[in-house]
Write a protein of this length. Structure first.
Length: 334
């Protein structure tokens, strides 16, 4: 950094002109400032990685299932638990003196150096493309296609680490072509064995399914009062009570039991949001009926899943059937 103090310009950039779509800019600037104005790519990359919580979660899982398990079985370390969850590890023996720790740490350095010298790039050979490693450009294309969501449960990359998974496992002849990859979250992928060739990419495409003539698929945008990626909310056209709301999946699906888990998660999130909003709009609301009609014999008249959120107040006329039947319409409602 030059001797001229341009800190006021940098301060103005940080405070007023820096437009952020991610954490990268302030993290990089912090590294440069801590390094007296300069830093290597490696130093900047390490700093960015330290903020990447999904990757930390991923390596936390690797620690428990691999190295932590091996060291525990050898009696060198023991897990630190909170309830049934492993939250860390400790040495089995009492922590040695500072001098002894330095000696043991130096021995670890020696073993690392010897291993790296002996194996070289082969250390990471298991991550070559032919052995399942996915290049950065391929990973980008797969994640972009999946809209940065798990193609099974719908979790976003900001919620959990996303893996790039072979649909047809390599053990069954699957290729490393883009068409044989799908995005799965850490939980879904680690639950999927290499003998499973289920293709979840159709789930993502099916979110766009609409049916001509369906009143909910062709609903005008003016009716929508709230939405998220997979569902939206409207006011019921024939309300049981004031502020009666419907939460509806965007995908055309007739039966609640045919919803994907990701859609159920989205519906629940929007129900929670609408419940809070209704209470803010009307403090006299003291309860809610939440209900779904699945099938004609259960009272479903519009065969596109819709969940009723019906506000209840102490002065509402009591429903002799207990309230739940109030969800079942006697005529088509929307």
């Amino acid at each position: 950094m030059t001797s001229n103090d341009n800190s006021s310009d940098l301060e103005d950039f940080i405070v007023t002109r820096m437009r952020m779509s991610h954490i990268y800019q302030p993290v990089m600037l912090k590294v440069l400032l801590d390094g007296n104005g300069e830093a290597s790519l490696k130093e900047i990359a390490k700093a960015l990685l330290s903020y990447d919580l999904p990757q930390i979660e991923y390596y936390g899982l690797r620690t428990k299932r691999m190295v932590g398990d091996v060291l525990t079985k050898n009696g060198v370390v023991e897990p630190i638990k909170s309830g049934s969850a492993i939250v860390g590890y400790r040495l089995v023996d009492d922590c040695p003196s500072e001098r002894r720790r330095a000696t043991l740490s130096a021995l670890c350095d020696d073993r690392l150096a010897h291993f790296i010298e002996k194996r070289g790039e082969a250390i990471w050979g298991h991550r070559s493309l032919s052995n399942g490693y996915v290049s950065g450009s391929t990973r980008y294309e797969v994640l972009k296609r999946a809209k940065y969501r798990c193609e099974l449960c719908g979790a976003h990359e900001t919620q959990t680490a996303l893996h790039i998974d072979h649909i047809i496992p390599r053990s069954k002849g699957g290729s490393d072509g883009l068409s044989n990859f799908q995005a799965l979250c850490m939980s879904c992928n680690t639950s999927k064995r290499d003998k499973d060739d289920t293709d979840f990419r159709g789930v993502l495409a099916s979110y766009d399914t609409r049916e001509q003539g369906c009143v909910f698929c062709e609903l005008g945008a003016g009716r929508i009062i709230a939405e998220n990626e997979l569902c939206f909310a409207i006011r019921d056209g024939f309300p049981v009570t004031h502020l009666h709301t419907l939460v509806i999946p965007k995908r055309h699906v007739a039966d609640y039991f045919d919803l994907y888990q990701s859609e159920r998660n989205a519906i629940d999130a929007l129900l929670q949001e609408r419940r809070r909003q209704v209470r803010e709009e009307d403090p006299t609301v003291t309860g809610f009926n939440v209900g779904i009609n699945a099938g004609a014999s259960a009272g479903q008249t519009v065969f596109h899943v819709h969940v009723h959120l019906i506000p209840r107040r102490d002065d509402d006329v009591a429903d002799p059937t207990g309230g739940v039947r109030g969800v079942i319409p006697s005529k088509q409602r929307y």
